[in-house]
Design a protein around this ligand. Structure first.
Ligand code: SF4
Length: 91
């Protein structure tokens, strides 16, 4: 039996619109000082979308939804070496 290859895409593109909305709602509750600026967020997500560890919106290395992980200033990519780095506090 052949297994379906996981989609190297974010939640909404992998058909998980409900989860994408929940993650977006969660991010809207985070204090701004805990989040990276929009340009860094987008750059991180582009790097995730070109990573073999991305499976249907989830990072296979850490188990996080990358749309949530990438938004947080203090979190970095779990790969060795990391594809993107944690940011220092913006406060
Ligand atoms: S290993 Fe890093 S770049 Fe790859 S999906 Fe996970 S967080 Fe994104």
């Amino acid at each position: 039996m052949t297994q379906k290859k996981p989609c190297r895409c974010l939640l909404a593109k992998s058909g998980q619109e409900d989860m994408a909305r929940l993650v977006a709602d969660y991010l809207s509750t985070l204090p701004e000082e805990q989040k990276v600026p929009d340009d860094i967020y987008r750059t991180r997500l582009v790097l995730c979308e070109t990573c073999d560890a991305l499976h249907n919106g989830t990072c296979a290395l850490c188990g996080c939804y990358v749309e949530a992980r990438a938004a947080k200033r203090g979190l970095g990519c779990p790969m060795t070496p990391p594809r993107w780095q944690a940011e220092k506090s913006g406060a």
